[in-house]
Design a binder for this molecule. Sequence first.
Ligand SMILES: Cc1cc2nc3c(=O)[nH]c(=O)nc-3n(C[C@H](O)[C@H](O)[C@H](O)COP(=O)(O)OP(=O)(O)OC[C@H]3O[C@@H](n4cnc5c(N)ncnc54)[C@H](O)[C@@H]3O)c2cc1C
Length: 384
Amino acid sequence: MGSALVVVGAGVIGCAVAAAASDLFDRVVLLDARPDTGLAASWAAIGGITPQSDDFCRGPLRQFAEASRRMYPQWLAGLEAGSGIAVPFLDSGLLQVALDPSEQRRVQEQLVPQWVEQGFRVEQLDAGSTAQAEPLLSPAVLSAVRLPSEGALEPRVLMSALREVVRRDPRIEVVASARVRGVTPGAQGVEVLLEGGGVVRGDRCVVAAGAWSPELVPSRPGGQFPVRGQAAELVVPGSGGYPLRHHVYCKVALDDTTVSSYVVPRHDGRVVVGVTYDQGRWDEEPEDRATERLLAALRLVVPASRDWRLVGSWAGIRPGTADGYPLVGNADADGRVVMATGHFGVGITLAPITAALVRSILSGAGLTAGQADALRVMDPRRFL
Ligand SMILES: Cc1cc2nc3c(=O)[nH]c(=O)nc-3n(C[C@H](O)[C@H](O)[C@H](O)COP(=O)(O)OP(=O)(O)OC[C@H]3O[C@@H](n4cnc5c(N)ncnc54)[C@H](O)[C@@H]3O)c2cc1C
């Protein structure tokens, strides 16, 4: 019969793990409840590769996140070779801009010193040089910092490439519309019970079911939770390339609240703007009110967006965790069930390194000191 791996969940993490680990097994079964791969959070993501600007990256997983960013060019080249699909990558960096003095102080007094201390590259731009670097930004911008190592891509193109890679791999069997009801480790292997009564057996099972993972491997109350996020897409009339030179992040005062405006240009004249954070919500229907607020914030950052055409909005469910760190590693004493979930707002950023780490766990190869450190932080048993 040969050795078998079962991967539950075909989002960016499950697909990346299946592709990275397929040569370790005779057979990999990649199961997803939805009609195709990559239709949940990974489809909804905006696509920032943000090892520096995301809060979580200033903590103990900083080097893990940076290593993932460094893996990206080669990882995408490998996906292109295996799929025939190129994933355009914007590597001019992220502009974190300040529109008011209090945000300017927060960036300068809190963020920049931390980044500098941790060895990140930070370029300071005054109002004039910000306008030169990104002419479409509001003239009200006071200053910006450019974070040159932050990248951006379109997650739906990434997921198309990953879908093709797993479909072309002769060892991987992709089974869509297959909802898993239970994962039971035993002495001989793992039994994965499907809705409708079918059972898939494997030697090991990787649970990569995103926000839904606690349905399969229960978490202590409050350990893992959904964080709904909404985004919108616009077309910039007459633009055939990237409408902005950078991806842009700004905290904006809107009515009496502060909202995050994250603006990511696409290679073909589109722009995506996000993003909201609604903890505890499961619904994936976008709301008009949230879209209106995203667009209002965008107009403050990029006034020309008044003339851009809204073409869509959507919501997705991030897999949140109480301490903000993913769950990666063995869930049971024998290592039959391996978790790869809880990536919250950085699952696209961390996909290549998560896949490589899960491959190392499955192969039994010795871990590097850096991998062992990261695994201690991400040990799933802290929540199980
Ligand atoms: C609006 C928004 C913007 C974001 N922007 C960014 C960003 O800029 N950069 C970044 O790095 N990250 C971003 N993220 C976060 C990123 O999308 C997630 O961290 C990442 O997609 C998680 O990947 P995943 O594979 O774990 O989960 P998912 O993509 O959700 O995949 C989980 C899969 O498991 C399947 N599944 C669930 N339960 C079962 C079951 N019982 N049986 C079988 N299959 C099951 C689901 O159908 C799904 O396909 C964003 C997220 C949102 C919502």
